[in-house]
Ligand binder design. Structure first.
Ligand code: AMP
Length: 194
């Protein structure tokens, strides 16, 4: 079992969503603080991102935001976090989020969240890393995505074993349990290729 120090959370930047989603983002932030797990996130004050960061900070946790200079205005770069890294591009943001985290959690989100989630999943598929990835299927939010992946497997586009590149959980505490269950990599990942 690997000791989790930093959990990267990908999640939506919209606030106009089911309040239960905002509550669960808050719960995840608070639980991370209680467990001494730092949060790495996209650095915005908006949507699930903002409430996650606020809840973790309020509970005495450590939060690292990473935001591209261009998005600092639009996503309202969060200044009240432990550290806000302002970077030059989206690609640098994603790479910094990857390098600063031991594991990844995908909360409900929009197109940006999908992009981030599938990049980290496909990097694992290609063997570029072996860090745990957890999909938080809050209130069935990701069911259509899981159905699409099952369809891709049935049609022969995705190998059945690649369904195990990420674990699906349905409650915030289960995110930490899933990461704790993950085995350390048998062989070093080829991160130098990223
Ligand atoms: P969304 O899920 O669309 O609300 O976006 C969530 C986060 O993903 C926001 O911080 C966006 O800046 C970020 N995002 C949007 N598009 C991309 C992309 N192509 N690559 C990486 N992150 C993105």
């Amino acid at each position: 079992m690997t000791e989790l120090q930093s959990l990267c959370v990908y999640c939506g930047s919209s606030s106009d969503v089911d309040p239960v989603h905002l509550d669960n983002a808050r719960a995840l932030g608070r639980m991370a603080a209680e467990r001494g797990v730092g949060i790495v996130f996209g650095g915005g004050r908006v949507g699930l991102m903002g409430v996650l960061a606020d809840a973790c900070m309020a509970a005495g946790g450590r939060v690292i935001g990473i935001i591209p200079r261009d998005l600092d205005d639009r996503e309202v770069g969060h200044r009240d976090v432990s550290e806000l890294e302002i970077v030059d591009s989206m690609h640098v943001r994603k790479m910094r989020m990857f390098h600063r985290s031991d594991a990844f959690c995908v909360l409900p989100g929009g197109l940006g969240t999908l992009d981030e989630a599938f990049e980290i999943i496909t990097w694992r598929q290609l063997g570029f890393h072996d860090k745990p990835i957890v999909l938080f299927n809050l209130a069935g939010y990701w069911n259509p995505l899981l159905a699409l992946i099952d369809h891709q497997i049935a049609e022969g586009y995705v190998r059945p074993q690649h369904r195990d590149l990420f674990e699906v959980v349905e409650a915030p505490e289960a995110v930490f349990e899933a990461v704790a269950r993950a085995r350390p990599p048998a062989k070093p990942a080829r991160t130098e290729r990223l």
